[in-house]
Design a protein around this ligand. Structure first.
Ligand code: SF4
Ligand code: SF4
Length: 319
């Protein structure tokens, strides 16, 4: 993973996608088959101990984590944890701070490799990032109820997959057996569905779906050089981070720029996003999908659409 500049506090104008870009985004290349590991669950060092066997809800695995294991808390050191949009909201709420403050205090900027889009990772201690998670205590995780999705799923990883001709995406799990984790030697056997229910991943699956879709699609396009054959621009990367990580910056952008003059958004929805962070995230996904991939998730107002079309025609020499 490589570092990328953090965006909160940047000038909102940096995020504005103009009509030219909107018109240019009408090019939609075909997607290749794609498989994206969303949470790879590898939290220790050395190798990639991923068992490449697809697990569905009814498949079983042997695992139990409890304070009596000899490896207690080892996995909470030097862990590689990408935070999802919902993780950031839930942890911010836990600490009673807004996401920008949480991000500044507890995360490091990173790039989701395959999609070349910015994400936040949980900061680990030590100058080399191999130290303890800021939230680990002798008794375990001090933010257990608000712990990130990766920590909930562990030792399961999540794969989201879409075949070229398939209608929809498919998710499944796999297991990671890192040598330091002795939980695999315990007697407890459970199925994947029951384990996920116990770990309460439903809210993540509900709210983070749009984020995963965008990462997947951008990863898919990156195999062809990116949308319109280009890697995501700095402006694209900034707007992605704003809409998926810093809801207050995105709310400010929606309410205080030409956003509402450009898109058809119902007045009731505008009222809701003034206070509802989850609803704002969902609007952010729709906006990103519309701008980046020309998906019909948001409707441009007629005058904006006409301007965009006229501009595109002029540039193609057709006017
Ligand atoms: S958030 Fe909790 S479970 Fe996850 S690495 Fe930190 S201490 Fe461990
Ligand atoms: S059993 Fe695995 S998950 Fe539990 S503390 Fe040990 S290394 Fe971490």
């Amino acid at each position: 993973m490589s570092n990328t500049p953090r965006t909160p506090g940047d000038d909102d104008d940096d995020y504005y996608i103009d009509e030219e870009e909107l018109a240019a985004s009408t090019y939609v290349p075909a997607e290749p088959d794609l498989q994206l590991e969303v949470f790879d669950a590898v939290r220790g060092e050395g190798g990639t101990p991923v068992n490449p066997v697809r697990l569905d809800a009814e498949d079983t695995f042997r695992f139990r984590c409890h304070k009596g294991v000899s490896c207690w808390n080892q996995c909470c050191h030097g862990a590689d944890i990408t935070l999802t949009p919902y993780d950031i909201l839930r942890l911010s709420k836990h600490f009673e701070v807004r996401p920008a403050q949480f991000l500044a205090e507890y995360t490091v900027p990173a790039t989701f490799d395959k999609s070349n889009l910015p994400v936040a990772k949980l900061k680990m201690g030590g100058t080399d990032g191999k130290g303890a998670c800021a939230f680990v205590t002798d008794d375990g995780c001090s933010v257990y109820a608000a712990r990130p999705a990766t920590c909930r799923y562990y030792p399961l990883g999540v794969v989201s997959m879409k075949m070229k001709d398939a209608e929809s995406k498919e998710d499944f799990n796999f297991i990671v057996t890192e040598p330091h984790c002795k939980g695999h030697d315990e007697d407890q056997v459970q199925n994947v569905g029951a384990y996920k229910a116990e770990q309460q991943v439903t809210d993540n699956e509900r709210v983070d779906r749009g984020w995963i879709d965008i990462l997947m699609k951008m990863a898919s396009w990156s195999t062809m050089g990116g949308p319109m054959g280009k890697a995501p621009s700095l402006a694209t990367r900034k707007m992605f981070f704003m809409a998926t990580a810093d809801v207050d910056a995105f709310r400010n952008f929606v309410l205080n720029t030409r956003f509402l003059e450009s898109y058809e958004i119902a007045p009731e929805a505008v009222d809701i996003i003034k206070t509802d962070d989850e609803a704002l995230l969902l609007l952010g996904y729709d906006w990103l999908k519309a701008v980046l991939f020309n998906e019909p998730t948001l409707t441009l107002k007629e005058h904006v659409l006409q301007q965009a079309i006229a501009k595109a025609r002029t540039e193609m020499g057709a006017a």
